[in-house]
Design a protein around this ligand. Sequence first.
Ligand SMILES: *Cc1c(COP(=O)(O)O)cnc(C)c1O
Length: 231
Amino acid sequence: MTEVAENLGQIKQAMAAASERSGRSVDAVSLVAVSKTWPVEHVQLAVDAGQMVLGENKLQEGQVKIPAMDPAIEWHYIGGLQRNKVRKVFGLFQYVHSIDSMKLARYADGVAADMGIVPRVLLQVNIGGELSKGGFELDEIRAGFSELVALEHLEVRGLMCIPPAVADPDQVRPFFRAMVHLKDELETKHGVSLPELSMGMSGDFEVAIEEGATMVRVGSSIFGARNYSPR
Ligand SMILES: *Cc1c(COP(=O)(O)O)cnc(C)c1O
């Protein structure tokens, strides 16, 4: 068995254990394997081990890997999305986690309309209120939500967050909990369903699952530590 396959097995086990601990069904949580920075041959090891949902944070990497790999793979775009990349991202990826402003949402809706598609998207929330991070501020998503769910060419499936970096995974728990509260609040107030909560990465996916994540985005624990320097 390859190391990637072994890592995947361990992550799946840890996901199942976290689901059980919190009284949730094991299939309530899906794994997005984040393959960013890794070449096709290395990513293929995860596909060979049965992982058919992959995540990338750069269009350029998707443009290389997506056409080269099994067309049955579901690709998730998880990175910051610039307007001039929206059309190409929608053309390649099946899911976008990072709609992070009203302006981008309106623009993306127009592009999707023009393309004749209704892509599945998540709204990224700056749950830690960090100046350096993208995402809707809480007051912004509350104020704009009725417009967001009314956009006819975006299927808003839920919320996504990247919480502040902390030393101990337990310190992120309040942020994950705040995401669940926000989701509940928006659902109740607007009478809609937001089935997906994308939260949790290598260092904190178990905590995220305990709190209610339905998608975890795990990269380095599957593929290995990333090396950005040669790029
Ligand atoms: C890179 C990345 C991940 C995965 O991070 P790891 O710590 O390697 O698991 C998850 N989400 C986003 C948005 C990322 O950019």
